[in-house]
Design a protein around this ligand. Structure first.
Ligand code: GTP
Ligand code: MG
Length: 329
């Protein structure tokens, strides 16, 4: 950040510090899910209307929050510096990291999709442990927010993975903030109200496993497709804004069914079509292989990386290199 850009930049710690936000208004804002200055900086005037804030005033407050976070016009050299704040989180497999351009990226969403048992939830578990590693070991030294929609999160598995990496299991478990989402509405509510939890717990990884299961079972048929996609899009939008505001990695999973009738090209297709493509969205297809623990990961879309494919392994230890050279190299 240049010195000029920092001039006049005020730091606001909490909602009440923002000029024009009194105790009554901050209470209403909190009820709407805005708990932090960061969340205000990325809000729209329309979103603040239910708090009884007129458009003009809303814009003023949002602008102040933005100036405090320097989220306005910036020069391209500053944009470059901002990109440099993007960090990477290791998957535990060097080859998978390389496919992803050095690991999972902060400030964007990474979607793992694939059929049942392809390893989506196992990767989520592994990330919960890896994010707690120091940066020299490929971690971000941060905590986790885990939204589970299928009741598949297992602390025993976390313990196993933590032990393998020489981390203290109790400590690792304590750094994971967990919530089970009972419906798609509940899932959206949890994320909409997550900003304070994220800030207070130093969270650097947000997981939604599975992103799509509730939406799929609740919004059935063609006539509900548009509404479902709209809600999913809003949910993803919220997620990417949180990932940007807190420089966090966001991981979502999406189950797809395999289509044995197709032998070439894309052998699996998401039930009910693709999630609306997002500009900050990396998509990785996971497949089982004939060789038991080996999984195939294919990068199918990324904002800037080329498509590609690699393999990794799921073992007692977690996500690991599929070939020995990887460890040596
Ligand atoms: P759905 O949620 O059903 O769509 O599947 P998923 O993609 O989330 O699959 P998940 O990540 O749960 O992968 C399950 C697979 O991981 C199992 O079939 C095992 O092959 C492997 N796995 C899970 N736990 C262990 C473990 O403790 N040890 C070993 N060796 N493998 C495990
Ligand atoms: Mg799963």
């Amino acid at each position: 950040m240049s010195e000029e850009a920092n001039l006049g930049k005020e730091e606001f710690e909490c909602l009440e510090d923002l000029p024009g936000v009194g105790p009554a208004m901050s209470k209403r804002l909190r009820e709407l899910g805005f708990h932090t200055v960061e969340s205000m900086a990325t809000a729209t005037a329309k979103e603040l209307a239910p708090a009884g804030i007129g458009e003009k005033k809303a814009l003023q407050i949002i602008r102040t929050a933005r100036s405090s976070m320097a989220l306005s016009f910036i020069r391209a050299d500053e944009l470059m510096k901002m990109r440099q704040t993007v960090s990477r989180l290791t998957t535990g497999s060097k080859m998978l990291d390389e496919l992803l351009g050095g690991g999972l990226e902060t400030q964007t969403i990474t979607e793992f999709f694939g059929e049942y048992g392809s390893g989506k939830s196992q990767i989520c578990h592994q990330m919960c442990v890896n994010v707690q590693l120091a940066s020299q070991r490929g971690g971000l030294g941060g905590g986790v927010l885990y939204i589970d929609t299928e009741n598949t999160f297992r602390t025993e598995r976390i313990v196993q993975m933590a032990q393998h990496l020489g981390l203290e299991p109790e400590k690792v478990i304590r750094n994971i903030v967990f919530a089970e989402a009972y419906t798609s509405d509940h899932q959206m509510f949890l994320l909409d109200n997550a900003d304070e939890v994220i800030k207070e717990n130093g969270i650097r990884l947000i997981i939604v496993d599975s992103l799509t299961s509730h939406f799929r079972s609740e919004y059935l048929g063609r006539e509900m497709l548009a509404e479902r996609q709209q809600k999913l899009n809003k949910h993803l939008h919220k997620l990417v804004r949180l990932a940007r505001a807190f420089n966090a990695v966001a991981v979502v999973t999406n189950q797809v069914m395999s289509r044995p009738d197709i032998f070439f090209g894309n052998a699996v297709h998401p039930v009910g079509g693709h999630i609306v493509a997002h500009t900050s969205h990396t998509r990785v297809l996971l497949r089982k292989s004939a060789r038991g623990p080996i999984r195939i990961a294919r990068l199918v879309s990324s904002p800037y990386l080329p498509e590609g494919e690699t393999i990794f392994k799921i073992t007692e230890n977690g996500i690991e290199a599929a070939v020995d050279e990887e460890k040596a190299g």
